[in-house]
Design a protein around this ligand. Structure first.
Ligand code: HEC
Length: 149
């Protein structure tokens, strides 16, 4: 770094960036949902699965592979994917710790994904995308309303 002030400025900026999450936590209006670490771990794994599924669905839509998009949505996010923790011990079942409204959003996500699968099967990109947005709306609704830490 040629500018003698570059390093100090960089460090100050870095400190500022680091402190942001701390400030954000102070003013975080999302409802804290407490879960045992096992349930949180299961939830996180499930979430990463949803994110990957969404990524694959968008790719399939871009290539007009409607059946593939519908298949991924139904199997990995739809009604078919509900109750995946049914046989896990109680402390590893995230749904058991969700407030009623949060659980309802989770069910809406599964239902919206199954609806997307139906719409996507019709082979119309515009309709499929609109229907996919109803799915992502549920991700946003939940993430903006609840936190686990
Ligand atoms: C019913 C509520 C709810 C819905 C619906 C929901 N999420 Fe989440 N999601 C959460 C919570 C709570 C966390 C935080 C988990 C934790 O770290 O304890 C989370 C975390 C995540 C994470 C971060 C995982 C990590 O590694 O920390 C991703 C990615 C994610 N969600 C993707 C999605 C996507 C994509 C959708 C929609 C298809 C979605 N979620 C729908 C509640 C939800």
């Amino acid at each position: 770094m040629k500018n003698p002030l570059a390093l100090p400025i960089f460090l100050v900026a870095l400190t500022a960036i680091w402190s942001v999450p701390v400030c954000a936590a102070d003013t975080d209006s999302r409802q804290l949902v407490e879960m045992p670490p096992e349930a949180r771990a299961a939830l996180r794994t499930e979430m990463l699965g949803f994110q990957t599924a969404l990524h694959l669905i968008i790719g399939a839509l871009a290539e007009q592979q409607f059946t593939n998009a519908a298949d991924i949505a139904e199997k990995q996010m739809g009604i078919s994917a509900m109750g995946s923790h049914r046989n896990a011990p109680q402390n590893a079942r995230p749904g058991a710790f969700m407030p009623t409204d949060m659980h309802a959003i989770a069910r809406m996500m599964h239902a919206a994904s199954s609806e997307f699968a139906k719409v996507a099967s019709s082979g119309e990109t515009t309709k499929a995308l609109a229907s996919l947005q109803a799915v992502t709306a549920t991700c946003i609704t939940c993430h903006r309303s609840y936190r686990t830490q």
